[in-house]
Design a protein around this ligand. Structure first.
Ligand code: KIV
Ligand code: NA
Length: 247
C-alpha cells in the first residue's frame, strides 16, 4: 500500500502491481505544507479522493477520515465516511483503539468498510506527547493488543500499525485474523504502507522507517535549472516548439 493524493500519481500506480492506495491525511503535511495533520478538512479529503478516483485505478482506494470528522458523534462519523465513499473511495480509515468501537460498528453497519489505525496516531500527537514510538511501557503494549482485538471485533477489515516496537506488531499480527499493514513497525506484518512522497524522495523530512527509492527532488530541480539555462541561452523554444506561417 502507498499513499496517493492526485490524479497523475494514481494513473501511474494504476499500471503497477500495488494492492491498494491510501488517500492519507498525511497530505496535510506532504502536499499542503502544514506542520501536522490537524488542519486537514473533509473538503481537502473529498477533493483529493476525487482526484485519485478519477484515475479509476484497479487498486482498492482507502480514504483517511480527517481530525474531528468522526470523533464528535457516530452520526456525523457515518455521514462523513459516506461523503468519502461518494467521492470515490472503497473504504475509510480512522485512527484510534477500543474507544472507537461504536463508531467503527456504525460505519460498517452503513456498508462502508473500515480500516483501523493504532500505534502512533498522528492526529493525537498533542496528547501522545509528540510523534513518538508507542508501546514502550507494559501498559501501552497491553493497550495496543486490546485495541487491535477490539477493533477486529468491531468489524475493521484491516489494521494499520504505525511506529511501534517490532515484537508488538508481530504479536498483534499473530493474534488477529484480519491483515495488519505496517509502517515503522517491522517486517512481521501482513503488508506494508509508505507515504509516496518519502518513497520518491520528495519529502522535507523522511522518518527513519521510510525508504526513498529515488531522489525526485534532485531530478525535478535539475530539470527546472536546465529549463532556466535553455531559456536564457535561446535554446528553448526550438523549431518544433512553435509554428511559422507560410508566406
Ligand atoms: O496519512 C497517512 O499517510 C497514513 C499512513 C502513514 C498510514 O495514515
Ligand atoms: Na493518516
Amino acid at each position: 500500500m502507498l499513499t496517493a493524493y492526485d490524479y497523475p500519481t494514481a494513473k501511474i500506480i494504476s499500471n503497477t502491481g500495488l494492492d491498494s492506495i491510501l488517500v492519507g491525511d498525511s497530505l496535510g503535511m506532504v502536499v499542503l505544507g502544514y506542520a501536522n495533520t490537524l488542519n486537514v478538512t473533509m473538503r481537502d479529503m473529498i477533493s483529493h479522493t476525487r482526484a485519485v478516483a478519477r484515475a479509476n485505478p484497479p487498486q482498492l482506494i482507502v480514504a483517511d477520515m480527517p481530525f474531528l470528522s468522526y470523533e464528535i458523534d457516530t452520526k456525523s462519523a457515518v455521514k462523513n465516511a459516506g461523503l468519502l465513499v461518494k467521492a470515490g473511495s472503497d473504504a475509510i480509515k480512522l485512527e484510534g483503539g477500543e474507544e472507537m468501537k461504536d463508531t467503527v460498528k456504525a460505519i460498517v453497519k452503513a456498508g462502508i468498510p473500515v480500516m483501523g489505525h493504532i500505534g502512533l496516531t498522528p492526529q493525537r500527537f498533542l496528547r501522545l506527547g509528540g510523534f513518538r514510538t508507542i508501546g514502550k511501557t507494559k501498559q501501552e503494549e497491553e493497550q495496543l493488543i486490546k485495541d487491535s482485538l477490539e477493533l477486529e471485533d468491531a468489524g475493521v477489515f484491516s489494521l494499520v500499525i504505525e511506529n511501534t516496537y517490532v515484537d508488538i506488531a508481530k504479536r498483534i499480527t499473530e493474534k488477529l485474523n484480519i491483515p495488519t499493514i505496517c509502517i515503522g513497525a517491522g517486517p512481521y506484518c501482513d503488508g506494508q504502507v509508505l507515504v509516496i512522497n518519502d518513497l520518491l524522495g520528495l519529502s522535507e523530512f523522511t522518518p527513519y522507517f521510510a525508504k526513498s527509492y529515488v531522489n525526485l527532488k534532485e531530478i525535478i530541480s535539475n530539470a527546472i535549472n536546465q529549463y532556466i539555462v535553455d531559456v536564457k541561452n535561446n535554446r528553448f523554444p526550438e523549431k518544433q516548439h512553435y509554428k511559422e506561417r507560410e508566406s
